[in-house]
Ligand binder design. Structure first.
Ligand code: NZQ
Ligand code: ZN
Length: 390
């Protein structure tokens, strides 16, 4: 177990009756708000009208940046930054899923630099300590962006999708009403759920020399919740308990509580970001295709006990005295969850992806070194894993 600092200043309102607190939380930063949202889901579920009404009742001037893409583009964030500078915006309000919240963070960071170009920060790996405050209203249980200090921004001209991190990017306040996720399509529910699962899986069993058992158990609890509640949310979109468990799991998976004392791992995420950078696919789907292959690839005597434990603790498999055999069953359980329970297509070929860019993607995923994880991955390993996904 390693030393660590835990500091997450995000104030979370969770539940059904929370929106009445929005005006007061926005007003602590000022009266000029830029609302950032995506392609229109918030207009269909009434959230857009509600935010407008609450703001107008409290004398808040609301500006808008709409049309944030899934896999949000730096160009869209830059448009928001321009509005912020021109209108002297006090706070950026994200209303939507991870893409919208990430874009809002990009807006908030770019708004306080001279160039107004978020890519200047992303491409230089700048740690963001200064940005406009961000408030988030979450509509999709998935990325954890509502409670973390990361924004994943895409530059489609250069086929790059890169995380921008910084303490100033953690939302100051997050509103999480599970009811706002009732309207999610089944596919997005499944992809979001696997994203949550994978945030934990990428970081599973990485506590360093000595195992920090309590964190391990907490990680398993979050993964178990995803396995239990996702099929229910898919079958009954308005099941509050299912949506609530998934939404809080989303926030817990990446707010660094489950990182405490561990070495942060990012195997599937580093590989997936290349897939969405090149092919604009849905993040959680890419992860679901990669995860079982990754586990299969890294399986050996050193990793077998950890993978076998995943099977027992998360999927309820029987303890197996043979760790290798137990691990194989665990991988089969992950596969079954992704492709049968979640109903996701199982190969990159299904998504129209071939091996053309695997070499470049693998090099970029490793960033000139190796990807940290249960087993470190070099570019040649990553290429092999991509091939296993065809
Ligand atoms: O754009 P709208 O109309 O809002 O529709 C969205 C979008 O089409 C829709 N949606 C969201 N909430 C809905 C809804 N539709 C109906 N009802 C609702 N309640 O779902 C679609 C996908 O939305 P998006 O925000 O793209 O999904 P998600 O939350 O999965 O975010 C994915 C992005 O976050 C990044 C991913 O790489 C990807 O770019 N990530 C961000 C992370 C972070 N900030 O820490 C970590 C993650 O690992 C991830 O990389
Ligand atoms: Zn993710």
């Amino acid at each position: 177990m390693n030393d660590f600092v835990f500091h997450n200043p995000d104030k979370v309102y969770f539940g059904k009756d929370i929106m009445k607190n929005l005006p007061e939380e926005l007003l602590q930063f000022g009266k000029k708000v830029l609302m950032v949202y995506g392609g229109g889901s918030i207009k269909k579920n009434g959230l857009y009208d509600l935010v407008k009404k609450l703001c107008s009742e409290h004398g808040i001037a609301l500006f808008e940046l709409s049309g944030v893409e899934p896999n949000p583009r730096h160009t869209t964030a830059n448009k928001g930054a321009e509005i912020c500078k021109k209108e002297k915006i006090d706070v950026v309000l994200a209303v939507g899923g991870g893409s919208t919240i990430d874009c809002a963070k990009g807006v908030a960071a770019a708004a306080v630099i001279a160039s107004g170009n978020v890519w200047d920060l992303v491409s230089t790996g700048t740690w963001v300590t200064n940005a406009l405050p961000v408030v988030a209203i979450l509509t999709n249980a998935a990325t954890g962006s509502e409670m973390d200090g990361w924004a994943v921004i895409s530059n489609m001209e250069t086929n790059e999708k890169i995380g921008l991190g910084g303490s100033a990017l953690i939302p100051r306040v997050a509103f999480e009403n599970p009811e706002y996720s009732y309207t999610l399509p089944v596919y997005q529910t499944a992809c979001g759920a696997f994203d949550i699962f994978n945030h934990v899986l990428d970081n599973y069993y990485l506590a360093g020399d000595a195992i920090f058992d309590m964190v391990l158990e907490m990680q398993e609890a979050v993964m178990r919740a995803v396995v239990k509640w996702t099929p229910i949310a898919m079958a009954e979109p308005e099941n509050y308990e299912a949506r609530a468990n998934l939404m809080w799991a989303s926030s817990m998976a990446l707010n660094t509580i489950l990182d405490a004392g561990t070495v942060h791992g990012c195997a599937c995420h580093a590989m997936e970001h290349e897939l969405s950078a090149y092919y604009d696919i849905t993040h959680g789907h890419g992860l679901a295709i990669l995860a079982p292959r990754w586990l299969e690839y890294i399986l050996d005597e050193t990793t077998a006990p950890a993978i076998a434990r995943l099977g027992v603790k998360v999927f309820g498999l029987d303890e197996n005295p043979d760790a290798m055999d137990g691990a194989k069953h665990a991988i089969a359980a992950v596969s079954d969850f992704c492709f049968r329970t979640l109903g996701l297509q199982s190969t990159l070929t299904d998504l129209g992806i071939d091996s053309t860019h695997f070499r470049a993607m693998a090099e970029h995923a490793c960033g000139g070194g190796e990807i940290t994880g249960l087993k470190h991955l070099a570019p040649a390993d990553v290429q092999e894993i991509y091939k296993m996904c065809l």
